[in-house]
Design a protein around this ligand. Sequence first.
Ligand code: ADP
Ligand code: MG
Length: 339
Amino acid sequence: MGKIRLLDEHIANQIAAGEVVERPASVVKELVENSIDAGSSRIDVIVEEGGLQLIRVTDNGAGIEGEDCEMAFFRHATSKINSGKDLFSIRTLGFRGEALPSIAAVSKTEVITATDGSGLGRKLAVEGGHVAAHEEAAARKGTDISVKELFYNTPARLKYMKTIQTELGHISDYMYRLSLAHPDIAFTLKHNGNTLLQTLGKGDLLQVIAGVYGSAVGKQMLPVEEESLDYKINGYISRPELNRANRSAISIIINGRYVRSFAVQHAIMNGYHTLLPINRFPVVILHIEMDPSLVDVNVHPSKLEVRFSKEPELIRMVEDLIKQALGQQVLIPKGVQQT
Ligand code: ADP
Ligand code: MG
């Protein structure tokens, strides 16, 4: 008999967890993204001890139906794509069906969920990847997931965690990005009882910016807007006088997903050109809408990295948009004839 065997589901999940659940902030990201995909208008996040003790995400979204509840914890189980073709036009934040099984493999997870307002739903508890309880329970419409004792069964990963303050920093950073990406959703973030973020969900991006970066920053922002056949961009950029020591206040949001794009970031910096002092960076929040088939988000499990199929066009547009907003002259590209 050969030596090669298929890994059982449990071990496969623990391996995937190593990629998907790097730290408490990854759990927050995955759970909140699920809440967003479920159409929630309100998402409350409660965290204790930097997320290592508890991460609880409560939403008022669609909820999970009875028979789907355990299914959601299987690897590659998703309600978001049906066929390989769907992969090329992703409209949801999730689609890999990896988050819940990965999270549940390395924590004690409990889900309380209902798909209607009858007051009755179900509760499912999964410990270290094994179902510990599944029963009917009182539940409000939506989903309430608690992840306790993250990495309790993976001591090596637990040991690698930084201080509570560092882990919390990563969590609030994600929450800031998610709220900037979704001004129409009311978010709260509480850590050990203290409220760290509260947005109103009124759809006003500038209001969210002021909530995240302070009202002084909110007052220094210029609105930007531009549309082409392929792209629709809007957002806010800081006046050059307002600048920071690093790039962390630049948020690029593609179809509602916060992403890292070196190319777009570079275009933003080119837009400011010499208006910023050397080694200083602006506050920029850009919402870029495009046909989902023009962007590949399936580059890495965290989906933070993306590839654009029409990148040069996007880059030019971003750069010009910023130049224009700052009152700089936009150079006419070589090879383009003026008529
Ligand atoms: P993915 O988001 O990639 O589909 P997940 O493992 O994150 O995979 O979630 C599995 C499935 O569980 C989702 O496809 C969705 O149907 C369901 N689900 C998870 N979280 C929620 C939620 N907060 N509200 C409604 N459904 C949810
Ligand atoms: Mg998901």
